[in-house]
Design a protein around this ligand. Sequence first.
Ligand code: GUN
Length: 297
Amino acid sequence: MTARLIDGKAFAAALRARIATLAAEFSATAGRKAGLAVVLVGEDPASQVYVRSKAKATAEAGMAGFEHRLPAETSQADLLALIAALNADPAVDGILVQLPLPAHLDEHTVIATIDPDKDVDGFHVSNAGRLAVGLPGFVPCTPLGCLMLLRDQLGSLAGLNAVVIGRSNIVGKPMAQLLLGENCTVTIAHSRTRNLADVVRGADVVVAAVGRPELVKAEWIKPGAIVIDVGINRVPGDAPGKTRLVGDVDFAGVSAVAGAITPVPGGVGPMTIAVLLRNALVAAYRHIGDPLPPEAI
Ligand code: GUN
């Protein structure tokens, strides 16, 4: 059996086109563009790439991007003061602070300082709590992107066994909450789970977000299962000095067993940015008191 390839790149491109249309309507209604502020502290190379992609996508969607690049030694007080200024800025609808932060900064305090109504990452405890109790709020971009792909593949997810591998606040925990909201039976597995292979074998849906290159093997997968690979791991390539990107799933092996699978790159990655734009647009409409239903996109 050969798995269907889930083309996240094409899905994300279609989503971004819809968002661009809605963003133009927003600009006409509000007399200004929807605004997304992105804050990067330090020079982490991967974060720099992500922030550059986010800025480019924001402009392409017809939104205003406000980029704040701060030196690695920025004090907590200065970072909190910037966030307070962005909270108060009427041109800013959404605020994203790129993670990870340098070690001397307290991530929880920084996130807690973001106005929950501008928290387009969905990381504020208020939004995490809203997701947990089933109230509307901002949902983290990567898991929401995974859910969109799953709904597109399966329609209803009700009654399916879902295994999420990974328990991060950014992906694993919100992914599990979302799947529970879809009436799946959800297991959260992680690096300390015993008999991980046996746990995964019972899954109709597998979401791998554990950060271990090619951990998930073909023998772990129930034939026909849907496999979503959130991992982005850089490993040595074939030639000396070369590297390549792989996910948390052994793609070659698993794609012979699964019903459908996301590739790395080109699967979940492009969805994260598309959902960020979606969340920013939802924030912008809410900001002007116009209730764009999240279902609109
Ligand atoms: N670092 C890795 N993923 C993310 C994300 O989705 N948002 C932010 N702010 N930082 C990240």
